[in-house]
Design a protein around this ligand. Structure first.
Ligand SMILES: Cc1cc2nc3c(=O)[nH]c(=O)nc-3n(C[C@H](O)[C@H](O)[C@H](O)COP(=O)(O)OP(=O)(O)OC[C@H]3O[C@@H](n4cnc5c(N)ncnc54)[C@H](O)[C@@H]3O)c2cc1C
Length: 315
């Protein structure tokens, strides 16, 4: 006897794309469960305290280009959750004084989410998907939205046809090494506290205190450029941190008292796939979403999640 189907839809990944998809499906009356391997929702919208300082160490800000995302951002700004940080090339860059992770936290309100659950395989059964997890639990759902970075998503599904597999495996991501540096006084990053650097090894520097994240000490997020990140991926972290801290020294302003290292294997897609989501043919339905489809930014992930929900609701 086949197991009873527990959910209308399971969304794997509670980053912005997964949360957007889940919200749209739930408001259409579907029973939805999100699974995420992380300790909390948010994925690459990552914030954390460290040694008296506060850090955003994934996405640093977001921009708004579409009416659908603007609608969300207007509710966030009206509630004081998001604020305009600065203008660049005619675009407002928004940040969240409680840290960028406050955006997925908000989207996660009223959602059913199981964190620290790693999906390990998706098997297509007659009327449903069977999802196996690292802890041994099995979930079943009539439909699945898959939002991990595409190489991780592909590793979960074992019966893709060769053409689909080839098309999706061409999606590549930049890597990004990040240093979370606590400095003893103020940083020397000029207002508004963000610099994009055109030369290796640095990509961006951000002063989280100027950004409004607070903390008794100043936290500077140092993001390395893609080529440097790839070339130094396997190097001992002390060595890489020394190089990045030395390159950032002119802007750190004060001695570094503590630092921490983070590696983003899938930081941002190199190019966006030319469709906002990727629905597989056949039943039961499965659709891939995320910034690889919607565009390499927070807004792109959000729109891709909405597109995936729409694909499921209208097929
Ligand atoms: C260093 C860095 C800087 C960035 N800067 C900016 C910026 O300034 N502005 C901007 O707009 N964008 C920026 N981005 C990009 C932005 O963060 C992403 O485009 C967006 O957050 C992607 O959301 P997503 O939902 O597609 O994917 P993710 O946020 O990666 O969500 C995928 C989720 O899937 C989960 N998952 C993966 N595998 C499994 C599994 N097997 N089982 C269960 N769960 C799983 C993960 O834990 C994760 O929570 C940056 C990204 C990085 C890393």
């Amino acid at each position: 006897m086949s197991p009873s189907i527990s959910e209308d839809c399971i969304v794997i990944g509670a980053g912005v794309a997964g949360l957007a998809a889940a919200a749209a499906l739930a408001s259409a009356g579907r029973r939805v469960l999100l699974l995420d391997k992380g300790r909390r929702p948010g994925g690459r919208l990552a914030s954390r305290p460290f040694e008296q300082a506060a850090f955003d160490y994934g996405a640093q800000f977001f921009t708004v280009r579409s009416p659908a995302f603007r609608q969300l951002v207007e509710t966030l700004t009206a509630a004081g959750i998001a604020v305009p940080w600065f203008e660049h090339e005619g675009q407002t860059r928004y940040c969240l004084p409680a840290g960028m992770n406050a955006l997925p936290r908000r989207l996660a309100e009223n959602r059913r989410i199981a964190c620290e659950v790693t999906a390990t395989a998706l098997r297509r059964e007659q009327r449903h998907w069977r999802i196996e997890t690292a802890g041994g639990a099995i979930y079943t759902a009539a439909a699945v939205v898959l939002t991990p970075p595409v190489p991780q998503a592909l590793a979960l599904v074992d019966d893709l046809d060769i053409a689909t597999h080839q098309e999706l495996s061409a999606i590549a991501y930049h890597r990004c090494l990040a240093i979370l540096a606590v400095v003893a006084g103020d940083s020397a990053i000029p207002p508004p506290g963000f610099l994009r650097l055109a030369h290796e090894p640095l990509q961006t520097l951000a002063d989280n205190r100027q950004k409004g994240l607070g903390g008794a000490a100043t936290g500077v997020t140092i993001l390395a450029a893609p080529d440097f990140s790839l070339a130094h991926w396997e190097m001992p972290q002390e060595e890489t941190a020394r190089l990045l801290l030395a390159a950032a020294a002119p802007w750190l302003g004060s001695p570094v008292t503590h630092w921490r290292y983070h590696r983003w294997r899938y930081s941002q897609p190199v190019e966006a796939f030319p469709a906002p989501c990727y629905g597989l043919p056949g039943d039961p339905p499965l659709v891939l979403a995320g910034d690889a489809f919607g565009g390499p930014r927070v807004e792109g992930a959000y729109l891709s999640g909405l597109a995936a929900a729409n694909w499921l609701l209208t097929r």
